[in-house]
Unconditional design. Structure first.
Lengths: 110, 115
């Protein structure tokens, strides 16, 4: 599975959009980009995933560059409850094995 | 719909003791797995199963046993606990699609301390 690179930490003001970047320059054609988050010590929570196209759901938007070598998770109106560690994971279609890095610690400030 | 249920939430063991962490899901998911998370680290895969009677090793399987006798349950056994197994353990499940995306649902975690 392709390796991902994320910033260690980011800050965002409450009510503003949070844009979390992820580099996955070695991604292959059948690999999906997944985003999960972990709030404090809770179990990871699925946010969104994509293959080639941009995706949006009730939680977030996922923007994947045309060459698929990077992506951005967008939380449109961050709240204090969005403070968490966000993991960008790339894995093959059909695989459930997620390889977690250290993720990005997002702090939403009042 | 309870999702993925893990018990116990907290456990303290002495070195050499054995115990079983329980994981149950009510979503009829074929795939189940166990991860461990050490302080400041991401999760690492211990064992996984794609259906009843089928198990396989993940990244860090040593010191752990699993079995899958039913679709719903996937217990993780520590036969002789060691301090290095002090960690937070997460169980996860999903439908098993042989192509396409598979989204995992995680349990709340079991925090294990081995003295």
């Amino acid at each position: 599975d392709a390796k991902t690179t994320q910033p260690t930490s980011m800050d965002c003001a409450e009510g503003r959009a949070a844009n979390l970047p992820c580099n996955h320059s070695t991604i292959s054609g059948n690999e999906y980009v997944y985003w999960y988050r972990q709030i404090h010590s809770q179990g990871p929570q699925y946010i969104i995933h994509g293959l080639k196209n941009n995706e949006t759901n009730e939680m977030a938007s996922l923007i994947i560059t045309e060459d698929r070598k990077s992506s951005t998770l967008i939380l449109p109106h961050a709240t204090l409850r969005d403070t968490a560690v966000y993991y960008c994971i790339v894995t093959q279609g059909g695989s459930e094995k997620l390889v977690f890095g250290k993720g990005t610690k997002l702090t939403v400030n009042p | 719909n309870a999702g993925v249920t893990q018990t116990p939430k907290f456990q303290v063991l002495k070195t050499g003791q054995s115990m079983t962490l329980q994981c149950a899901q009510d979503m009829n998911h074929e795939y189940m797995s166990w991860y461990r998370q050490d302080p400041g680290m991401g999760l690492r895969l211990i064992h996984y199963s794609v259906g009843a009677g089928i198990t396989d090793q993940g990244e860090v399987p040593n010191g752990y046993n699993v079995s899958r006798s039913t679709t719903e349950d996937f217990p993780l056994r520590l036969l002789s606990a060691a301090p290095s197994q002090t960690s937070v353990y997460f169980c996860a499940s999903s439908y098993h699609r042989i192509s396409g995306a598979n989204v995992l649902t995680f349990g709340a975690g079991s925090r294990l301390t081995v003295l």
